[in-house]
Design a protein around this ligand. Structure first.
Ligand code: GCU
Length: 338
């Protein structure tokens, strides 16, 4: 298990990462000396986030399961850049893997939108029952391997997203009128927020606090972990349970790095990843409870909303984004698993 803490993001740090990506280190494993390939994983949240914990566990098990051939080194806290920047680093191979929010993949293949639609999943269990099912997502996840050097290994649960604002609780779409709400960059998210009544404003996660504080934004939409851990709860304290979105968080890899795995090592990675998805989901709920208490202690207020009004408002987006055979087939399978 490795976790690296670097102060701030600098070109020097990036350069050293690029020189080190996929580096091998001699390790002694019993009698035989093996070369361990250390794969760099970019992560935009903190080291106690359930996905970070899952990846560190995955690293230990991968090292054991591949007899020392592979381990992972996690770079948390946006050290290697915003999620959008780290996708590019994975493409070039400067970084081997990254955890990135599903909406960002729409810039590479618009069909990814079908998995990022509001009110698509009934529960986290429903979401996870389809996201890592090869019959549902296998072709989509490998669709960028040749053209963009990006492969999706699989998806982690990333919480349930709710709106939070500076000026008072949101109960209906009318309450969001004129309010600039930060969204993760994608056409789907911008349209979604417009239908919800607000003005969707794409921004990287790390810039949201300052944008709200300076009045550029009126709020954001995210799960309770980000709300509490990034202290958004202190400056936009009205957290309204719109429950509008569950997005996948993908573990993506540079496709050439994955192609270099032996068949046995790749099978080990896939099966260990499946296990890490289960433990991440179990840990998430606990973290939500703790984050809510932390936010409440900081003065945040939580309120229920007219969910049906929001669900009706965003319905046209499903029509718009389920627009070809690929998205229709995936959507039908998500419905069937409901
Ligand atoms: C969630 C998600 C992250 C994403 C973040 C965001 O926390 O898990 O992958 O980066 O939202 O809003 O940017």
């Amino acid at each position: 298990m490795k976790i690296t803490k670097v102060l701030g993001f600098s070109m020097t740090a990036l350069l050293s990462v690029s020189l080190l990506a996929g580096c091998t280190a001699a390790a002694s494993d019993g009698d035989a000396a093996v070369n361990t390939t250390v794969l760099k994983v970019a992560f935009n949240q903190n080291a106690s986030h359930p996905q970070a914990v899952a990846i560190l566990e995955l690293s230990d098990k991968l090292k054991e399961g591949t007899n020392g051939a592979y381990e992972l080194e996690l770079f948390p806290d946006e050290q290697l850049g915003s999620q959008a920047e780290t996708i590019e680093l994975v493409q070039t191979g400067a970084v081997d893997l990254a955890v990135v929010a599903g909406p960002l993949m729409e810039a590479f293949n618009a069909d990814f939108a079908v998995l990022n639609l509001p009110y698509l999943y009934d529960s986290a269990e429903h979401q996870m029952s389809v996201l890592n099912e090869p019959d549902v997502t296998g072709d989509l996840y490998s669709s960028l391997a040749e053209s963009e050097s990006l492969s999706v290994i699989g998806a982690y649960h990333g919480g349930i997203r709710n709106v939070y604002t500076v000026d008072g609780p949101v109960e209906t779409p009318a309450d969001l009128a004129g309010q600039k709400i930060r969204v993760i960059a994608s056409d789907t998210n911008v349209s979604m927020m417009e239908l919800m009544g607000g003005v969707g404003t794409p921004l990287a996660q790390g810039e949201v606090y300052t944008a709200i504080q300076s009045g550029v934004l009126d709020g954001g939409e995210n799960n309770e972990l980000i709300f509490a851990d990034l202290a958004h709860s202190e400056i936009a304290p009205f957290y309204s349970y719109t429950k509008h979105l569950m997005i996948p968080d993908y573990l993506i890899a540079n496709s050439e790095v994955l192609a270099a795995f032996s068949d046995a090592d790749r099978a080990t990675l896939d099966s260990l990843f499946a296990g890490s998805v289960v433990s991440e989901l179990a840990a998430f709920d606990e973290k939500v409870v703790a984050a809510k208490s932390k936010a409440e202690a900081a003065g945040a207020k939580f309120n229920e909303v007219d969910i049906e009004a929001f669900r009706d408002a965003v319905a046209p987006l499903l029509e718009e984004k389920i627009n070809n055979d690929v998205t229709q087939a995936i959507f039908d399978k998500v419905e069937a698993a409901r």
